[in-house]
Structures are given as C-alpha cells and as structure tokens.
Ligand binder design. Structure first.
Ligand code: UFG
Length: 336
C-alpha cells in the first residue's frame, strides 16, 4: 500500500516524503512543478536511498488522478499541492480558490470513488485569524482570515468537517502549521520561493548571501517585547515528522476527524530571528525598520500540547538548527 503525496516536490511535501520513505512507506508523488523543481525528486532519492513512483500532473486533472488510483494501491493521501503565497493570493483569488479548494474537492471525490478515506491535510495557523488567546489551542475560534490563501485553508477545513459528518468512515487529520523554516540537514532539499520571497527566513538568508540588499522589518510598534512581530517558527523536518505521527494515528485508531497544531510553543520576534541567524551562521543581516505590513498580526504561537499527548510528537529542533539548516541549503545552492 502506498501514500499518495500531492505536491511532493515542494518544500513541505519533499521533507515529508523523506520521512515517509524513511519510515518504510511506499510513496506515489504527483507534482506539476508550478512551485517546485524536478531536481528535488533526485535529491529525495539521494537522501533516502529509496525510490518512489512519480507522475507530473496537476491534481485538478481528474482523469489522470483516477489513472493513478487504478495503477497503484493507495491507502492514504497527503495533500501539499496548495498555493501558499499570501500576497499573490490577494492578486489572484480565482486561481487560489480553484487550485486549493477545487483541487482538494476533486482529490476527495476521487478518493471516495476508490474508497480511500485516509486524508492528511496541510492547514495553517492562519485559520485562527488574529488570535484572541495565546498560546493558541486547537479549540480557539477560527475565522477572520485576512487573505484568500488563508480563506482557502478555512474553507477546506469546513469541507472536511462536513464530509466527516456525512460519512464516519472517513479518517482525517487536519494539521495546522505555524511558521515552517529550515531545511533537511543534507542541504539537498529546502525552500525555494519563486521571485522575491515574502516570508522572513527566505528573505534573511538571501540578504546574508548578498542576493538581496537589506531586510525590511515590518513594524516595531507592535505590543510585543521588542515591538516586532512574534511567530512560532518550526523546523520543516520536525513538521514532516508530525505528518508521520498523524498518519500512524489514522492507521491505529478508530476513524475520526482530528485537528492538531504543529508548532514549538515558543514565540520569536523578527529581531530575535535576525540575532539567532547571525549567531548560528556568523553572517551579518542588514535590516531597516519600515511600516507594518497590511494584514500582519502582532503575535502568534501554538500550544502544542494536544499533538504531544495524542500523537506523541514534539518539535525537537532549536532555532539555532532552523537558522543553520536554512543557511546550509542556500549556501549549497549558490555553490552548486
Ligand atoms: N517579516 C518582516 N520582513 C519580511 C518578511 C516578514 O519583518 O520581509 C515579519 C512579518 O511582519 C512577521 C514575521 O516576519 O512578523 C513572519 O512573517 P512571514 O511572512 O514569514 O510569516 P507570516 O507569519 O506572516 O505567515 C506565515 C505563512 C502563512 C501562514 C501564516 C500562519 O507565510 O502561509 O504564517 O500563521 F498562513
């Protein structure tokens, strides 16, 4: 039996595929390389010494999806094929709703047709909007998303809840990621945003590498210890391991719809991140304070207790590891 991984060549999909293969699972990847590169597939093979089946396709292609379910013995699906750029989603809402929401629906409908009902969904802490209570537990109110990307995550969560309510043989894990950063320690796979990065860590590494001039710190007048935004950064390998634990839960327990925060429970400010990065790499990060970025919130970090208690999962890697591994990846890319 194999796990179908949509978007398996992407940042989180590739790291999760490594952990799936390392845990002895068979994997079938689909990816259209719209935000990833074929070389990642070879890198996964190199890291794990294992192979997998691959189909180059978009998951909106129902005919092709059906062919994959016909040709392979799929027993679970992990969906990483969503678009994820917050800014871009405000410019291209239709593309985001089609790819993320319609894509998920086509995937779920195809799963139903082939009676495959185990589904792990990549959601995001963005579903909590501007959180009223910190640290955020899974029971906190959701809604109030500030961009179409976040709203697609909210809608898909609702769709999954409705599906489970209608048919209790579905077995679903919704994983709400906080801020994934870092890269595999081999430096062979990592985050490669197209164009100018929007997220903090990819921006920091590019300033340190001299690819970009200077980091703009978006506001230092938030109600946080140093005035800059506080987030829960989590190493992507820890995040990937959380998926394996979630799948084990679906395998071993009765069917259900389970929701987990995947975060460390620790909040770091933008200035903390700059300092940690400089300490971990010995590189200088030039920055200036600018206006707040519209839609940003002051503070967001997880209460990760539920994942610890129910999945036996906790993030193990430190902020130092996150910075070191992010830098190791970009350094390898520059040299290669
Ligand atoms: N920041 C800067 N300068 C930059 C980029 C970011 O100061 O160039 C700051 C932001 O203002 C924020 C922090 O760094 O305080 C983190 O910003 P990111 O863009 O890296 O991450 P966000 O928390 O804004 O968003 C991320 C993901 C979303 C996800 C959300 C969930 O990008 O996909 O976390 O909490 F929805």
């Amino acid at each position: 039996m194999a796990v179908l991984v949509t978007g398996g060549a992407g940042f989180i999909g590739s790291h999760t595929t490594v952990e799936l293969l390392n845990s002895g699972r068979e994997v079938v990847i689909i990816d259209d390389f719209s935000n990833s590169s074929p070389k990642t597939l070879d890198a996964i093979r190199k890291i794990t010494g294992k192979d997998f089946k691959f189909y180059k396709m978009n998951y909106l292609d129902r005919k092709m999806l059906e062919k994959i379910f016909e040709e392979n013995k799929i027993d679970a699906v992990m969906n990483f094929a969503g678009y994820k750029a917050v800014g871009e989603s405000t410019q291209k809402p239709i593309e985001y709703y089609i790819n993320n929401v319609s894509g998920a629906l086509i995937l779920l409908d195809t799963m139903r047709k082939y009676d495959v009902k185990k589904f792990v969904f990549s959601s995001s802490a963005t579903v909590y909007g501007d959180p009223q209570v910190i640290p955020i537990t899974e029971d906190c109110k959701t809604g109030g998303t500030t961009n179409p990307y976040g709203t697609t995550k909210l809608y898909i969560e609702q769709i999954l809840k409705d599906i489970y309510a209608s048919d209790k043989t579905w077995d679903i894990a919704i994983l709400r990621y906080f801020n994934p950063v870092g890269a595999h320690e081999s430096g062979l796979i990592g985050e490669e945003p197209k164009g100018r990065p929007n997220n903090l860590m990819p921006y920091i590494v590019r300033v340190a590498a001299g690819i970009l001039d200077e980091l703009s710190v978006f506001g230092n007048d938030y109600n946080t210890p140093d005035g800059t935004g506080v987030r829960d950064y989590i190493h992507v390998v820890d995040l990937a391991k959380g998926h394996i634990k979630a799948l084990e839960k679906l395998d071993n327990e009765q069917t259900g719809l389970y929701i987990y925060n995947l975060g460390t429970g620790i909040g770091y400010s933008v200035l903390d991140m700059i300092k940690s990065f400089e300490r971990a790499t010995g590189k200088h990060v030039k920055y200036k304070i600018v206006e707040r970025r519209p839609g940003d919130i002051a503070m967001c970090y997880a209460d990760p207790k539920k994942a610890k208690e129910e999945l036996g999962w906790t993030a193990e890697k430190s902020i130092h590891d996150m910075c070191k591994d992010s830098w190791n990846y970009i350094e390898k890319q520059i040299i290669l």
